[in-house]
Design a protein around this ligand. Structure first.
Ligand code: GLA
Length: 740
């Protein structure tokens, strides 16, 4: 791995054998972009990658060169109000209202390792040799401001992590109206844009569109990354599949408003930008003050979408997620939400705990309803002290009782919110993130607390610290159940209001940081009305997250498949729930519900006390299976094999690092009649090794399983059919594959 600066050509080459990233200091001192993609051999200059042409109407920088126009050159971090009329990476305004500026190269630093981003989630390293970093300092002396662009390349991963920092150095303040974390110009438009879109209950469905001239974008202006779009976009070549072909993935390590936009200009040059959504964002900087953008991560793969996802999985599982739980096997849990909703008391919870223990479950999670007078969702958020009518021995007593039974105890909180009907709201009505003099929307009967104010963060922290200190708590489910809407910070001056939504996110990160560092043994799981904030920012604090409130096994195929585009299996909270399912009323077998939920952090979300003896013994077997294979499933290399977005069959598999063991999940939604065999081509095996598929009691070499595939016939063909017992809709099977 090396970052090279070539003095003669004034070019930077970041490369690690797998990828190359090329930046040029252009003739006018600004930064041009030359290339991002598969690794290239170093040479004297790559300047020929920049495309110069005379084009009518284009404003030009030099009287002697009508081919040098920012409107057509590939740039590294383009400015608004310049000769470039495409969408910019940043917009900076001086006190006199002038948006025109020209940040030119001043100097640079190249060093081993990767710097921290204080107060913001970011990827990290454990040893200096894991990565190398380039910082380029740009300056506009007339404006009195600097920009530092930071790029880190990992030695063993096809990854570039980027961010930008703006510093006011002059006497006059400047105001940022836009500050994206990345801008990437690509010389053609021969791509399909892939993003993860949906809504509550159907988060992160795969969505694709071929690029075309103009702008295509996804965004959130909800104050959280949202159910609707995820802060991720991939540009794949039209022929790229799951297993081969080129793709560039971009992920934004942030949990608030974002914009991910792809603009294709009229000459087919593509510009990808990603960062905090500029709408409503205004950040004034006085002399000496700086604004730091969050980090964005670029991944390149020539091994298809699976190759891209595997890089994200490795990076996010091992160099974004942190803490003692990062590498540990995740506990199998029972959550009482779909078992009792808010209608519970200590006795009911202890009864659940008793059955849970007998079945082999390791953790009992007490969900919403344990605090204030919360008997419905209309009250008490903010009053984080136990409801003694429901729980006479409090959380302290209950957690001790559950722990004494040999289970760990976990608790639900929603610390960013306040109910109008709460002691907290009555005491501090101006702590909501809305103008208290106006009419404001309620979402799920609640307001958002203004965490842009430190005193509010301190207050919430104090209440939570007390419970965590006095009780035996091993796990926290941190929920967030409404979007930001009419946000306004009461008491702050006008010039501070454009900062508030980002400061609010920083407040959430601060609260998370304090809780996770002061209670390092606690496993945190993030949640936002299901998967409304399932993003890399959250993963930095909580190594797992609840991916959706939709717990139906068939719906989950799409949600888990889509989520796996970016996020590791170890991060996906997935539970077996009751039938008929509470969201879609579908009845699936316990086996299929388990077979889907295995590919995540496993648990149950149903009334264990209502189960038959037969169901209990099946659950015991599931738990036994998961305990045996969770390490392989949660840490192995994951391959998507057949997509639920393309047909009736879904298949995926995980393979261990040594390629000696794998687990295959096969799912068929509807039962066809008397059709042919389905051939599933396995991936990631060693061609030379002989693998036995235990359930079939048949062995074949890795190359056979991968080239010819594994033939499944579960098609109905009368009572004599081989799979007669498993015929019917929503069939699934999990196969254990071992090298002999
Ligand atoms: C959200 C979560 C659920 C549950 C409820 C409790 O909807 O996603 O899992 O915790 O809140 O109110």
């Amino acid at each position: 791995m090396a970052i090279i600066y070539n003095e003669n050509s004034r070019e930077f080459h970041l490369h690690n054998g797998k990828i190359s990233y090329l930046i040029q200091i252009m003739r006018n001192g600004q930064l041009g972009h030359l290339y991002f993609g598969k690794g290239l051999k170093e040479r004297d200059s790559f300047g020929h990658f920049q495309q110069y042409a005379y084009r009518d109407m284009a404003p030009c920088a030099f009287a002697d060169d009508y081919t040098f126009s920012l409107e057509h050159l590939m740039q590294e971090y383009p400015a608004y109000a310049s000769a470039d009329s495409r969408y910019a990476a940043y917009d900076l305004e001086e006190e006199n209202g002038c948006h025109v500026n020209k940040f030119v190269y001043k100097n640079h630093k190249i060093y081993g390792g990767k710097p921290e981003l204080s107060g913001l989630p970011h990827t990290y390293i454990e040893k200096e040799e894991e990565a190398e970093t380039l910082e380029i300092l740009l300056e506009d002396e007339m404006v009195g401001a600097q920009i530092i662009l930071t790029y880190t390349i990992y030695a063993d991963l096809p990854v570039i992590a980027r961010n930008a920092r703006f510093i006011c150095t002059g006497e006059q303040p400047v105001t940022l109206h836009q500050a994206m974390s990345l801008s990437l110009d690509l010389p053609d438009k021969d791509y399909v844009m892939l993003d993860l879109a949906g809504s509550w209950g159907r988060e992160r469905h795969i969505h694709e569109r071929p690029l075309d001239v103009g702008v295509q974008s996804i965004h959130s202006m909800r104050g959280h990354s949202s159910h609707q779009f995820n802060p991720f976009v991939a540009l794949r070549r039209p022929h790229t599949t799951e297993h081969c072909g080129e793709v560039i993935g971009a992920s934004f390590i942030y949990s608030g408003d974002f914009l991910a936009q792809v603009e294709v200009d009229n000459f087919d040059v593509t510009r990808l930008t990603m960062g905090i959504h500029p709408s409503g964002f205004d950040w004034k900087l006085k002399k000496g003050e700086a604004f730091q953008t969050p980090e964005a991560v670029l991944v390149y793969s020539e091994e298809g979408l699976n190759g891209m996802s595997q890089t994200f999985h490795t990076l996010f599982r091992t160099r974004l997620a942190r803490g003692v739980w990062r590498d540990k096997e995740r506990p199998i849990l029972i959550n009482n939400w779909e078992a009792t909703y808010l209608d519970f008391n200590e006795e009911k919870i202890l009864n659940l705990a008793k059955d849970a223990k007998e079945l082999g479950i390791e953790l009992l999670v007490l969900d919403d309803g344990w605090f204030g007078v919360r008997n419905d969702v209309k009250s008490s958020l903010g009053d984080w002290y136990p409801n003694l009518e429901k729980l006479p021995s409090g959380i302290k007593g209950l957690s001790e009782k559950v722990t004494d039974m040999g289970l760990k105890f976990g608790l639900w909180i929603e610390p960013e919110m306040v109910s109008p009907n709460s002691d907290l709201y009555r005491a501090h009505p101006d702590w909501i993130l809305a103008n208290v003099k106006k009419e404001n929307s309620l979402g799920r009967f609640q307001y958002v607390l203004d965490l842009s104010k430190k005193e509010v963060v301190d207050y919430v922290y104090g209440l939570l610290e007390k419970i965590l200190k006095e009780s035996k708590i091993s796990y926290i489910k941190w929920d967030m159940n409404r979007s930001l809407s009419e946000s306004y910070s009461n008491g702050k001056p006008a010039e501070e209001q454009g900062k508030v939504r980002h400061q609010h996110v920083l407040g959430i990160y601060d609260l998370y940081e304090r809780l996770t560092s002061n209670f390092p043994e606690i496993l945190f799981e993030s949640c936002a009305s299901g998967g409304g904030r399932f993003d890399p920012g959250m993963l930095y604090y909580s190594p797992q997250g609840w991916i959706s409130d939709d717990t139906d096994a068939v719906e989950r195929l799409k949600i888990q498949y889509g989520t796996s585009m970016v996020y590791p299996i170890s991060s996906m909270g997935s539970h077996v729930s009751a039938v008929p399912n509470h969201q879609v009323f579908r009845k699936t077998s316990l086996e299929t519900r388990g077979n889907v939920a295995y590919f995540g952090t496993f648990g149950y979300e149903l009334d264990l006390n209502a189960l038959s003896e037969e169901e209990k013994s099946e659950i015991k077997e599931q738990i036994k299976f998961m305990k045996e294979y969770r390490s392989l499933i949660q840490k192995g290399t994951f391959y998507r094999l057949a997509s639920p977005f393309e047909g009736n069959i879904t298949a995926w598999m995980v393979v261990n690092e040594a390629k000696t063991e794998a687990i295959l999940g096969y799912y068929r939604v509807l039962q066809p009649v008397n059709t042919g065999f389905v051939s599933i081509k396995l991936q990631g095996l060693d061609e030379e090794k002989l693998y036995r598929i235990e359930e079939e009691n048949f062995a074949g070499y890795g190359d056979e399983w991968m080239q010819r595939g594994f033939s499944v016939s579960d098609q109905a063909s009368g009572v004599m059919g081989r799979y007669a017992k498993t015929q019917g809709d929503y069939f699934s099977k999990v196969y254990h594959i071992v090298a002999e």
